[in-house]
Design a protein. Structure first.
Length: 208
């Protein structure tokens, strides 16, 4: 099975925007849910694109399950992000003006896509996520982020995402020349807090 490409939009029309934000929802969430979060970000001038996971989930099991157990959904999900990026590029938006925001399963997927396709992007926010797999396969991750700013926010503990994986992900991104900021909140729970949105704005979505 594979995901059907279904991109919901908000913000400026793609053909009128210079920047695009790609938002990736979590398990059981929806593209519309995560698009509503964009109202809290400094992205008034951006086109906002949110692909919808078929059946509401990007892959069936935990992100730290053996990769083959999440196939073929996982590969299809990564491809869906790639197609969403391509949609923005084909509309004339340069990669360094493409931004990402993912939450939970969507954060894991965002980070996995970025680590496999590192280049100079505008920036990325991943709330409660890490690269995917029971073991980290460093050979999958190639490229140079050229100091792309990436913000990782998480809770410790988190029922779905061990904080150790967040730290390991931050280290991989730094090795690949990303400018990483991480923030761990004690016992915050599996959600997004106000400070994370403020940090996303001050670190990633700067008015310029």
């Amino acid at each position: 099975m594979s995901h059907i490409l279904d991109i919901k939009t908000a913000g400026k029309p793609l053909d009128q925007a210079e920047k695009a934000l790609i938002m990736i929802h979590g398990r059981g969430g929806s593209a519309q849910d995560i698009l509503s979060l964009s109202q809290h970000l400094n992205v008034e001038e951006y086109a906002v694109l949110a692909p919808q996971a078929t059946n509401g989930s990007w892959y069936p099991l935990s992100f730290i399950a053996p990769v083959e157990q999440n196939e073929p959904w996982l590969s299809s999900a990564i491809e869906t992000i790639g197609k969403t990026v391509k949609t923005a590029i084909e509309a004339g938006i340069k990669p360094d003006n493409i931004y990402f925001f993912g939450f939970s399963q969507g954060a894991c997927l965002t980070l996995e896509f970025l680590a496999r396709n590192a280049q100079k992007f505008g920036g990325a926010v991943a709330i409660i996520g890490g690269v995917i797999g029971d073991k980290i396969n460093r050979e999958n991750y190639k490229g140079d982020f050229a100091q792309t700013p990436i913000f990782l926010g998480t809770s410790n503990p988190d029922f779905h995402v061990p904080v150790e994986r967040v730290y390991a992900t931050a280290n991989i991104l730094r090795e690949m020349n990303a400018d990483v900021t991480e923030k761990v909140y004690a016992n915050f729970g599996h959600s997004i807090n106000q400070e994370e949105m403020e940090l996303a704005n001050s670190i990633i979505f700067k008015h310029n």
